[in-house]
Ligand binder design. Sequence first.
Ligand SMILES: *Cc1c(COP(=O)(O)O)cnc(C)c1O
Length: 409
Amino acid sequence: MALVNEHFLKLPDSYLFSDIAKKINTFKVTHPKDKVISLGIGDVTRPLPKAVIEAMHKAVDEMAVRDTFRGYGPEQGYSFLIDAVIKNDFVPKGIHFEPGEIFINDGAKSDTGNIGDILRHDNSIGVTDPIYPVYIDSNVMCGRAGTLENGKWSNVTYIPCRSENGFIPEIPENRIDILYLCYPNNPTGTALSKQELKKWVNYALSNDTLILFDAAYEAYIQDSDVPHSIYEIKGAKKCAIEFRSFSKTAGFTGVRCGYTVVPKEVSAATLTGERIPLNRLWNRRQCTKFNGTSYITQRAAEAVYSAEGQMQVKEIIQYYMTNARIMKTGLSETGLEVYGGENAPYLWVKAPDGLSSWKFFERMLYEANVVCTPGVGFGPSGEGYARLTAFGDRDDCMEAMFRLKKWLR
Ligand SMILES: *Cc1c(COP(=O)(O)O)cnc(C)c1O
């Protein structure tokens, strides 16, 4: 008899996006004439940059010819892409990595979910709350999150980020073995200054905590005071693994490419206290369970770093960030409390009059025909908030702001 991994059975089914879809469908059926604008999606909408498309076409043609055909590539990624990553994302910031410290992957979701493979099942976990659900759910699947009690997992420390603390997470009193940080943040759209991030690196160094730093939105940073990489902070190479993605940076959500940085210095302990470099374990894990990102995709990612690619990517990000600015101004004019949107493509809106996230969602849908994502779907501290994304079309963003103003006036 095959037995299931019963930890999976503890996971409540994730109904967030299907519940939203159901409610939108009900609305559409009962209000066939009303056009709904969705600012709920967390996916990009602009097409891929031209430089990326050209690189992909060229790579496809290479695959068609005997002499340039490629089969299996290195599990860790091709050196042309690893070198481009190091040279463009880190060297200009004075950060140096060896090629063996960069692991190319098929997106940050895989690795933020898989990294737990190399860590014991009984480490304690910390997350800022609200948060990208992958971090907690992937720990539930291997039993590391404990049991669900009143909407919280027993082995997870939730670090609340709400308007009361300006969405700046406070250092917890207990120590944490593994801490997930995502900055700029999904869903709140807020960022951490260098000074704030430094506090966490220092906490990690003095508590022997491993930081798993998700920098999927670093390309959206506008303020010079906000670090693009955790390795801009001294000491981070000893305590942090960083996840990057081309998804939001260059529209790769459907192409699939990202990378993980596992510095040679970062280590974790055995029960007897021996220090084991995590780079070695992660390399072993990848070589066993992953056969590399496709050659065509890696050539596409390489093109992001070309001069044209950089220009085109900046233009797309500007488009989304102009949406964000229009939305932030528009939402402020409605009298709603709105956060984020300055270094990230997300706006985090406080529901008025103490409405719950779901009530706010329903009223926005029925009274303004605008779709948001209920904040409580991202964790207990998201209750009473909603997320709006700047990934839509400009006209839709402007029309949505017009409707929200009319609704709340
Ligand atoms: C979108 C997103 C990612 C990127 O995931 P990919 O698998 O690279 O597409 C990673 N982390 C967060 C928080 C995200 O919102």
